[in-house]
Design a protein around this ligand. Sequence first.
Ligand code: CO
Length: 299
Amino acid sequence: MDKKTRGLYIKSGSILSSALKLAQKNVKEGTSLLSLCERIESFIVEEGGKPAFPVNVSINHIAAHFTPSFDSKDAFSATDVAKIDIGVHIDGCITDSAVTIDLSGEAGKMLEASQGALEAALSAAKPGTGIGKLGETIEKEIKKRGFKPIQNLSGHGIEEWVAHASPSIPNTFSKDGRKLEPGRVYAIEPFATNGEGMVHEGVQAEIFGFDEKRPLRSQTGRKISELVEKEYRSLPFAERWLVKKMKMSEFERKTALRELLQKKSIHAYPVLRELEGKTVTQAETTILVEDKDITVLVK
Ligand code: CO
């Protein structure tokens, strides 16, 4: 990786660290989810970055991929265990990190499990460390605290303009023989639960990603496709972002999104829920693997 690109990753990570602190300060009973997400997303822009994906606010049994709709009135409640997952990029240099905030006061041990697993994985991570070894470390740390890792959610490689690249970094033991490679960026993200340890897709989706241009009937669809290809490329975007960027009725927007999905011009990221409806915690950071060691980009 050249020096300039490395500098962009460092800056991206430092903006993300501050964004997470802003989240820590503002996630309270009564704070609206929408105002929190918008505040964090505009903070990222003020600091010279861009959101690499919509701020995810996944509460209790929701593990990932939730972001409020443009007209959401939802607010945090005193019983919430909230995972705030944030992505920042500068010219496509992406960092990805998450914290869990326990308003309920009852998930402390589970929080320690995901956090402890992340710390152990970071200690184990060196250039050449096996991907399977990281999964094994994460699984062991979570299980020894009496919880289960989520088997079908994983960390991932990051490439320029690609938030989720290969390899997947499993949260359980795996025989994957691939190794952490110098010059590459990875997100490590253990999830712990007191449930089954699996997530499934819900029907609701507020987050989408662009795949390719297709012939479309709807004019709004063509406009959306042009906008997202230019602004976000293949990075995930929120329906609520479109509401801010374009003039269109709700009917036009919904019809256009349906056609874009049908024609496979975009794909949806459905909300992911824990199979048994049990609580989930998450810890995540992004690392840059260097020649001799790793640099943790989001501290
Ligand atoms: Co991630």
